[in-house]
Design a binder for this molecule. Sequence first.
Ligand code: ZN
Length: 403
Amino acid sequence: MIRIQLCLLLTLFISACKPKNSDNSIVLNPNTHSFSNLEKVMTTHLNWDAQINFDLKQVSGTATWNFKNPSKEKYIHFDTYDLTIKKIKVNGKETQYFLTPFVEHYGSGLSIPITSNDTILSIEYLTGANANALQWLSPEQTAGKKLPYLFTQCESIQARSLLPCQDAPLNRITYHAQVQVPKGMMAIMSAKNPTKKNESGIYEFEMEIPIPTYLIALAAGDIAYQPINERCGVYTEPSMLAEAANELSDIPKMMQAAEDLGGKYRWGKYDVLIAPPSFPIGGMENPRLTFATPTIIAGDKSLVSLIAHEMAHSWSGNLVTNANWNDLWLNEGFTTYFERRIMEKITDPSYTDMLWEIGYQDLQSDLTSLGNTHQDTRLKVDLKAENRMMHFQISRTKKELYF
Ligand SMILES: [Zn+2]
């Protein structure tokens, strides 16, 4: 009985939202893992206005997108995941829209009618309880135990649970953001960042270099900043700040080694956020602001090769990116090679030899456990099959060791 009523409601809802024009076809593209039609209509810039509600564990926001429509398409398609869409305006005028049924792992496609003259639209929305990009921590889960904490992890296809977007690495966008957090907190993003808390709890961000959506990143909590030199520094909770800055004091030397090998660093500042202990992966190469696990703070700088890896992504991965996730080896392969070459320059040869040897042993171990013919052992992987994307996200950290 409930199921029938739900179906009826869904049918009514979909027909209420569906644009009248019938040539709207929105489907999941298994090659891009996206519902978007970005090869025809492509977003170019995001203006994101967001409020972070820790009590509800919810982000409410308006994503305003500039886009290009050279082939004069009648619809622009976006990816969403567990978002509640409240209102959509195209060129300032409220419009109808269409949401596809939810597809496990990929979410719902969002189709919006446009004309050939339109260049901007805004989507007012709320995030859902199942937003897989958002990690909400209680005060007890932080080092300071006073304030809650939020961080995001958008790679590979999770940005769509933070905001409606064309969530495929082929699409590159610049962004401006205004984010409101509770007073006493600081918010930081993969962008030009504040270095001090302010009274209002409202922070502004600018990313002027086009990036894929998986590199949009946000953290908010009791966060403080300590510079290491004029372009490098550390963000973390106040109680961890001095120790973290000391552990990472060689970052400028690492940056110099990377520039000697790869050319000028293009992103302006390079900072590291040492995240709370529950950060699920070792590190994430969010531009201008690497997110890293606190487990690298060993006291003897012995684990900072992880930073060399994430810094190396500033060239391979962030400036030059795989067009789709089947070719993730382009991001991770070149980066792992670059990481080892950076470590060669800043440590003695025996240490670098050890890193190569550990990498080789990990490769052999994974080949043994997976089997020589397992498809995750290939360079170019096939992520078209159902569930493969999520499985691959889980094994991503291991995958980096293959190269
Ligand atoms: Zn990597």
